[in-house]
Design a protein around this ligand. Structure first.
Ligand code: ADP
Length: 248
């Protein structure tokens, strides 16, 4: 199982998780995606499917939803629309364990967990109770986000979860009109942070309007706009993930 984590919200974790999952599915892998971000369960929106999961009457297990060639399950599909998120630690832990043991995933090559931001209960439960093979940490290039990367690295190290590496999202923006590339949040800090923390720096992903538009329209960009800069970077990242996991 691969956990995708970030120190803070809004760095693009759900967008990248959903798109990596679909990219791996396109390469031919059997992919499951588990959206454990109760504070912002956005995966159903990004994958364009809000179907409520049903239980298999024979096995009592929850059937995951299928979209864009992958299977997924999300807190967002189980919470009533608009209901306040009042889950406490123990409830959350129960939910995560349900996701792990009570969902009919079938045979999978990879199960991806989109974690909530930070280093709280869900992360602890997952790192303690699931066979996490690796963690991928996502950041933006800002100094504050990178401070959170350090905390994330510390958490996975304490839990003895191998860290696949650091990915920098929203690295730069290329203007369509003049083709100028601007590093809006600075340049090079993520790479040097990765070096300092002795974790691999995997790649960067540019700001790409198509990534945002496609996510908003429930059509992941790697599926509907596979040749834009953002999609190409994520498809490349999916290949890096496969190579890293094969090495292990
Ligand atoms: P998180 O899960 O970390 O809270 P999201 O995946 O919800 O973050 O992303 C926050 C917003 O940024 C969304 O509107 C998403 O479409 C957008 N976004 C994420 N990554 C990119 C990118 N590389 N280029 C353009 N927009 C992006």
């Amino acid at each position: 199982m691969l956990a995708i984590s970030s120190g803070k919200g809004g760095v693009g974790k759900s967008t990248i998780s959903a798109n990596i999952a679909v990219a791996l599915g396109n390469i031919g892998l059997k992919v499951g995606l588990m959206d454990t971000d109760i504070y912002g369960p956005n995966i159903p929106g990004i994958l364009g499917s809000h179907d409520r999961p049903v239980t298999n009457p024979d096995t009592g297990q929850i059937k995951p939803i299928e979209a864009h060639n992958i299977k997924f399950i999300s807190m967002g599909l189980l919470l009533e629309e608009g209901s306040p998120v009042i889950w406490r630690g123990p409830m959350l832990a129960k939910m995560i364990n349900q996701f792990l043991s009570n969902v009919e995933w079938g045979e999978l090559d990879i199960l991806i967990a989109d974690l909530p931001p930070g280093t709280g209960d869900v992360q602890l439960t997952l790192t303690q109770s699931a066979p996490l093979t690796s963690a991928l940490i996502l950041t933006t290039p800002s100094a504050i986000a990178l401070e959170d990367v350090r905390r994330g690295v510390e958490m996975f190290r304490q839990a003895e979860v191998p860290i696949l590496g650091l990915v920098e999202n929203m690295s730069s923006f290329r203007c369509d009109a003049c083709n100028h590339n601007e590093y809006l949040f600075g340049h090079g800090q993520s790479k040097s942070t990765a070096e300092e923390l002795e974790i691999p720096f995997l790649c960067d992903i540019p700001i790409d309007i198509k990534l945002r538009e496609c996510a908003d329209n429930g059509q992941p960009a790697v599926f509907s706009q596979p040749t834009t800069a953002g999609s190409e970077a994520i498809i490349n990242l999916a290949k890096i993930v496969i190579a890293c996991l094969e090495e292990k």
